[in-house]
Ligand binder design. Structure first.
Ligand SMILES: Nc1nc2c(ncn2[C@@H]2O[C@H](COP(=O)(O)OP(=O)(O)OP(=O)(O)O)[C@@H](O)[C@H]2O)c(=O)[nH]1
Length: 512
């Protein structure tokens, strides 16, 4: 993944070195950073690899946290770390430690705060655990009645889903995979399944691929083999999914005869029970989310179904959002490219391809202001082909067009520096803007143009000037004042061009 995604906040080394366990979670990221003291505290329960300073939501859920007042283990619904990570500011005592050895549990004071350390729009959460003096008195709690337990479990699941969906609402494209993985891990842990996964269908519903997977420790993964599975390989599954949007099998050995291919696949993956729910958005079947039981069989209940459907709906909306966003971005890029093309067309002369009058006016205005601000001279050359009417008359309009293009190429070669522009001013008249050029530099450019045109030797046997095509040029240069406008400058350079014509053509005259 890109460095920017994994990059640690700049203040992290400070928190990392603190002797106090600290957790830090940025609003827009699923990752929960844990400093060395926190990793040491949670080490035995965390799945994090050595050297990794982050924990997942699933890691946090597994931590053995106990209420300091009654020594009861916190369930998911009341887990203070999860509550703090979802944005509740709090301060409370809790016990952390071994479930088998109550005496080894240590008491911590949990402080959580919403902070804006990373200058993002959204707050981040900073949690610290200060060791508290002594153990709280352990009170043996009573087991809750079954219906309360069920209610609590249902509430806990809803809380978990709301936590995950909050993460998914703001998910950035490059974080999507991590978030889906976190969601699958949380669902897998919560539903006590051995695998949980997401498959996506191709838009024509002829193939499916296992795009995301979570597996319990010790359970084998089959994701690599479950890519591009054609409809023909698992016809029963594909038709069930398209028809019912659910595939729930409590005992795979009891699948009907027409599901022989599916049964063979389930046996190969050691699956005893399987539950899959469609991910649908706007009636489109995007894929499905599912879970497997490997270590034991399980009779799926309506609650299991409801939960899996909830997760499927949530992931479908997320995937669809990402797709919308991607197609919107694509459309924006196409619009931008079309816009650029239009702007270019609007500023280009159709015949010669150099700047047109519109771009010339715009550029002259800008350069006048820029040179006036910086006290720089602004040079301007105006030129006109000599005896072009007779050229057209004798050689034809098409040959005239070709000559205009050749001249434009010569002019374009003169402009190299930033702000310089060669343009077709109109008809057979051209202009060059030369910011920063004094009168002698302009004269130099004008002479270059005459020389290069002479070298091209575009035959004009009907000219009374030379036997080839020539141009007359007027040029001027001055440091513009703030009141100067382009019109005054053009009048001066036009008068110089008129002078060049009057003096016999094929020459360059400076403005007075
Ligand atoms: N082939 C072609 N000719 C053009 C184009 N635009 C203008 N012209 C021609 O340019 C010629 C300009 O002629 P005039 O303004 O009479 O000037 P001239 O014959 O060049 O003579 P002087 O400028 O006095 O040397 C006209 O015949 C126009 O038709 C164009 O896009 N293509």
């Amino acid at each position: 993944m890109a460095d920017t995604v994994n990059a640690l906040p700049h203040f992290w080394p400070v928190l990392q070195a603190l002797p106090t366990p600290v957790l830090y979670k940025e609003h827009s990221r699923s990752r929960i950073l844990a400093n060395a003291a926190a990793l040491a505290l949670f080490n035995s329960e965390s799945n994090s690899s050595p050297g990794d300073s982050s924990l997942s939501l699933a890691d946090i859920q597994q931590l053995p946290l106990y209420n300091a007042d009654n020594a009861k283990r916190y369930d998911l619904l009341h887990n203070p770390l999860l509550m703090a990570l979802s944005g509740s500011e709090m301060q409370l005592s809790l016990l952390v430690g071994d479930s088998a050895a109550p005496d080894s549990r240590r008491c911590y004071q949990l402080h959580s705060k919403l902070v804006a350390l990373s200058f993002t729009l959204h707050s981040s959460v900073l949690i610290s655990l200060l060791p508290a003096a002594g153990h709280a008195q352990v009170i043996s709690g009573q087991l809750p009645a079954t219906d309360i337990a069920e209610l609590e479990e249902a509430l806990a699941f809803d809380k978990l889903i709301s936590l995950i969906s909050t993460e998914l609402i703001n998910v950035q494209d490059q974080q999507l995979d991590q978030h889906i993985h976190d969601a699958l891990a949380a669902v897998g842990e919560f539903c006590h399944s051995d695998r949980s996964y997401v498959f996506q269908f191709t838009p024509d519903y002829t193939e499916m691929s296992n795009t995301h997977e979570w597996v319990r420790q010790g359970i084998s993964s089959h994701q690599a083999q479950l890519q591009h599975i054609p409809k023909a390989a698992l016809p029963y599954f594909f038709s069930k999914m398209a028809q019912d949007y659910v595939f729930a099998v409590s005992d795979v050995s009891k699948l009907p005869a027409e599901a022989a291919a599916e049964q063979q696949e389930f046996v190969a993956e050691d699956i005893q029970s399987v539950l899959c729910c469609a991910m649908r958005s706007d009636e489109e079947l995007l894929g499905f989310v599912g879970c497997d039981m490997v270590s034991r069989r399980r009779d799926w209940t309506s609650t299991d179904l409801r939960r899996m459907k909830l997760v499927g709906d949530m992931l479908a909306k997320t995937l669809q959002n990402v797709r919308y966003r991607q197609s919107l971005q694509q459309m924006q890029q196409q619009l931008l490219a079309a816009n650029n093309e239009l702007t270019q067309l609007a500023n280009q002369d159709g015949l010669t391809g150099i700047a047109n009058r519109r771009q010339f006016d715009h550029c002259l205005n800008n350069e006048l202001k820029r040179c006036s601000r910086n006290g720089l001279p602004l040079g301007l050359i105006l030129l006109d082909i000599d005896r072009f009417k007779s050229y057209n008359d004798h050689y034809g309009h098409q040959a005239g067009d070709a000559a205009l293009k050749q001249l434009a190429t010569v002019l374009q070669q003169q402009v190299k520096r930033q702000g310089e522009l060669a343009a077709r001013y109109g008809g057979e008249e051209f202009a060059i803007i030369l910011p920063g050029s004094n009168l002698s530099a302009c004269q130099q450019v004008a002479n270059n143009i005459r020389q290069q045109l002479a070298q091209l030797n575009i035959s004009h046997q009907h000219s009374d000037i030379k036997s080839y095509l020539t141009v007359s040029l007027g040029y001027c240069s001055s440091i513009p004042s703030i009141q100067d406008d382009g019109l005054q400058l053009l009048k001066r350079v036009d008068a110089a061009l008129y002078q060049a014509k009057k003096s016999g053509r094929d020459q360059a005259c400076p403005a007075q």
